[in-house]
Write a protein of this length. Structure first.
Length: 267
């Protein structure tokens, strides 16, 4: 870093130093350029082309929200690609389309890497009937830990609660606020998580200006399960684990099939 003559080489040197943290929420920004320090090398447990063939009544509601039908048209299907605060209208429209005359619902978040946790919590409020602690966190301030603090999902007052069986499809690309979402959904009595273990990365990064045009974003909290188990590096284990390979996923979506079976049994 001392030998760097301009901002960009300095930023790259900082990023190399911070790789030891192995934290996807730690990154460096120099002007408009963002440099990550840790990549998730795990293969996704979904294949879009295979999925598209398996879902009927495919409808794109915008903001990465897609509704459809699976299981011979009897089970509603809803994709949520990210927790975008601007997507609430699309989420509501997609949800209504997915559950209409359906025996159950599958929520597919396998491609969802996070977003706004408040948006996720509002949607999850459709599926709980009382306030529930879904996770805890400890916050780092001034070189000291504070907490742990409970994080609570509450019923969404202005939206009708959904009481049918639900399967949430998860996997290794699910991270950050979407891991919080699957923990919220675990508080619903008729919901099961299906698929693979999630990424295990939820750092709530905060900016630290180095004063030379470079800003370092460092994780500010330690995310935990309700029992105090740390999520970082471990992830969330599904209720029904489904092993897949990229080759198998090109032929059939075993995770989706397992989700349909779970909803069918619960119904």
């Amino acid at each position: 870093m001392e030998g760097a003559k301009t901002v960009n080489p300095f930023a790259r040197a900082v990023a190399r130093l911070l790789r030891v943290a192995e934290d996807g929420h730690v990154y460096v920004r120099a002007g408009r350029r963002t440099i990550g320090t840790h990549a998730n090398a795990s293969s996704p447990n979904y294949e879009f082309q295979t999925l598209r063939k398996a879902v009927t009544d495919w409808r794109d509601h915008g903001h990465g929200v897609i509704s459809g039908r699976v299981g011979g048209g009897e089970v509603g299907y809803l994709v949520v690609s990210s927790w975008d605060p601007a997507a609430e209208k699309s989420l509501d429209e997609g949800f209504v389309a997915a559950v209409k005359d359906a025996k159950g619902l599958i929520i597919d978040v396998r491609a969802n890497g996070g977003g706004d946790e408040v948006a996720a919590r509002r949607f999850a409020g459709r599926f709980v009937d009382s306030p529930k602690v879904y996770s805890k966190d400890r916050i780092r301030r001034g070189g000291k830990w504070e907490g742990p603090f409970d994080r609570v999902v509450e019923p969404r007052a202005e939206a009708e609660r959904y009481g049918g069986p639900v399967a949430v499809l998860v996997g290794p690309k699910v991270g950050s606020s979407c891991e919080s979402f699957v923990l919220m959904m675990r508080q619903s009595p008729r919901c099961k998580l299906v698929g693979g273990v999630t990424k295990g990365s939820s750092g709530n990064p905060k900016p630290h200006d180095l004063g030379n045009g470079v800003t370092v974003f460092l994780s500010s909290w330690e995310d935990q399960l309700p029992d105090g188990t740390v999520v970082e590096g471990r992830g969330v284990t599904p209720d029904v684990e489904v092993k897949t390979t990229p080759g198998e996923l090109r032929r059939r979506d075993a995770v989706l099939e397992a989700g349909i079976a779970v909803v069918g049994k619960a119904g």
